[in-house]
Write a protein that binds this ligand. Sequence first.
Ligand code: SPD
Length: 363
Amino acid sequence: MKKTLMMAAIATVSATTVMAEEEPVLNVYNWSDYIAEDTLAKFEEATGIKVNYDVYDSNEVLEAKMLTGNSGYDVVVPTSDFLQRQIAAGAYQPLDKSLLPNLANMDPDLMAGAAVYDPGNTYATIYMWGTTGIGYNVGDVAERLGEDYTVDSWSIIFDPEIVSKLSDCGVTMLDAPTEMIPAAMNYLGLDPRSTKPEDIEAGAALLEKVRPYIKYFHSSQYINDLANGDVCVSVGWSGDVFQAQARAEEADNGVEIGYVIPKEGALQWFDMMAIPADAPHPENAHKFINFIMDAQITADITNYVWYANANKASMPLVDVEITEDPGIFPTPEAKKRLWASVVYDARTDRLMTRAWTRIKTGQ
Ligand code: SPD
């Protein structure tokens, strides 16, 4: 055998050996409140692979780990705009699509939307998607703004006259600068996708104006707080607000929670499953991603976490109260008012982060 051929043969054998030797362990890092109760147990039972599962509630936290490397995670779930930046930094390995037959279940239109951030869907597939809108306590808002008041506008957050009347029952915002500042820009009639420093500063100035009426900035605490009646208005992620609604119903505590995609529009985002470049168990990672894309498994997750999925084959298995809820699957009319997240360059990112610190600390 020629030397090069022999080397290639050895490489193939050792690669096969490495694959065969992968320990039955998988380290997953996902958003909090984002999986069905039995998903991991079902995966473990089906594959014999033990899952270590950690959670986060911020893209910035995940990004810091991905850009540092050596996270030890095998599957992570960045939002599409952050994913694009992390792909450019070499943080992920391309998916081996031959190991993902369930990709056939995915909705081609939604995957094309995600491909804007990851051409060819090379590095990631959609986990769930949603919108960033307003969760509110129906009774508390009616008490303060009147029975006839309709919650349908960002003015409930961004108009000082209105939000000041709600601050006693608790108004909260996501701790997510790249979502809150564009929402404020949009309310001002500016392009929420603009990266012009003056537009970003205008959005930040509006946030500073309403800052005195905001109880806290946090991206997961509001679920329980809304459900328990401890806060009354939260800028939140669609499914999380619906989970608050479900928890309140379950507790039978008299709290009624609504979710609205404001008439001025809202952010639509995709959360993507990806495998870090240095994942210790890439073969198990592929098994997990393929398992999640099973129609029944995805439907079970959507039915539990109230987030829209991009798995066309799962739709008949998703509860009708979910598929027909316009807060979860927006109507074609509402879809026209959604904007897609922007991938910010380092300069704009710094500008946003600095403005955000100023807004949060009130300095
Ligand atoms: N509890 C799950 C929250 C998922 C939120 N995804 C982040 C979207 C960022 N735009």
